[in-house]
Design a protein around this ligand. Structure first.
Ligand code: SAH
Length: 347
């Protein structure tokens, strides 16, 4: 297969131009055609010579996705099933949500996931591969083209663990963030992680301006390890230490995700432990009523418990909000995405 030209950031494209014996300034024109005009064919790049267009056509392809399905929720949330059109016809899911401040897209970073969180629908479905930078970016471009909209916020909260696909995610962010690329400010991009501690240090050292979300879900190692096997490798103390380093380095607030499950992590003593853990940190807590998955043993907390939990945190100096649930009727809510049971040609 020809190389996917979407995988390149502006610097890479300059190198590519040199490689194919073209002037490096062409890179910027091509980069804009790809990411600002969002063209799908080299023939549309009308400020390039016919020869160059032909050369590009012979050497590269522009993405590959095919939209297999689109589901629309009664709340307006949309879920897309994309066929990556790779050798295995792998499928990934992407979700678009409309908020009063604009559109937020929830994108996938891997085909499958290795983390095995017990409450997540991606669990039990084998990991296949990392998404390439171009495949991460193409989710945004495909949805913007389909809906004729401009997306303002990006969350890496779809399928996969973004920090387990570090370099490709960083490259994708470079393309998304670049003023001549998608031009979406770093502050409008959130990376969510189950807690890959060494990668949190790396992010901090890169001074990334994105928002970091930590999927915490419990302040107790026993409960957290039962929910998230990654906690056995990087327990809460190490995770918090990495978060403190991140805050100190970037001066940015961290968002802690906490999915409330009935009688598992939703009692007052859990709230108390969370306050103790996060006290004094530049942090915000996002409470999510857990979405039960079929094979899971976790059940949604009662509304009363959710409100009490939030009120306890707020009364004790921790800013906490309850995340509005969107798209649950089309299985597009938190943790409901899967890469489909099998890739398309095996169904
Ligand atoms: N691997 C990354 C990003 C993908 S998950 C991470 O772990 O953060 C995105 C968010 O959805 C995470 O906070 C995750 O813990 C949460 N989530 C997963 N399954 C869920 C479920 N069933 N109910 C509520 N939130 C869930």
């Amino acid at each position: 297969m020809k190389r996917n030209i979407r995988n390149y950031d502006l610097n890479d494209l300059k190198q590519e131009m040199i490689r194919i014996e073209e002037k490096p300034f062409r890179a910027e024109q091509i980069f804009k055609w790809l990411n600002q005009e969002k063209v799908m064919d080299f023939s549309e790049m009308t400020n390039l010579s016919l020869d160059l267009r032909k050369k590009l056509e012979d050497n590269y392809r522009i993405g590959t996705f095919q939209m297999e399905h689109k589901l629309v929720s009664k709340d307006g949330t949309k879920k897309y099933l994309f066929n990556l059109c790779d050798v295995e016809n792998n499928l990934i899911e992407t979700v678009l949500m409309k908020y009063h401040h604009g559109y937020t897209i929830c994108i996938s970073s891997q085909v499958g996931c290795k983390m095995g969180c017990k409450f997540c629908a991606s669990t039990g479905i084998p990991f296949v591969r990392n998404l390439e930078a171009g495949e991460i970016v193409e989710q945004i471009i495909a949805v913007e083209r389909e809906e004729k909209i401009r997306i303002s916020n990006i969350v890496f909260m779809g399928i996969g663990e973004p920090l387990d696909n570090f370099e490709n995610v960083m490259k994708a962010i470079e393309i998304i963030n670049h003023p001549k690329g998608l031009n979406i400010g770093a502050r409008h991009i959130s990376i969510s992680t189950s807690g890959l501690v060494p990668k949190i240090y790396e992010l901090a050292n890169r001074q990334m301006q994105c928002t970091l979300s930590i999927s915490l879900h419990s302040s107790n190692n026993k409960t957290r390890s039962a929910m998230m096997p990654i906690n056995q490798t990087y327990p809460i103390e190490e995770l918090i230490k990495a978060c403190q380093y991140y805050i100190q380095k970037t001066n940015k607030r961290i968002s802690f995700e906490y999915a409330l499950a009935k009688d598992n992590n939703d009692h007052e003593e859990d709230a108390k432990a969370l306050v103790k853990l996060l006290k004094g940190m530049l942090a915000h807590v996002n409470l999510i009523p857990i979405n039960p998955i079929e094979e899971g043993k976790y059940h949604k907390s009662t509304n009363e418990n959710i409100l009490n939990f939030r009120d306890y945190l707020n009364a004790h100096g921790i800013v906490a909000t309850i995340r509005r649930e969107l798209g649950s009727d089309i299985e597009a809510a938190c943790g409901q995405l899967r890469r489909q049971n099998l890739s398309k040609n095996k169904r």
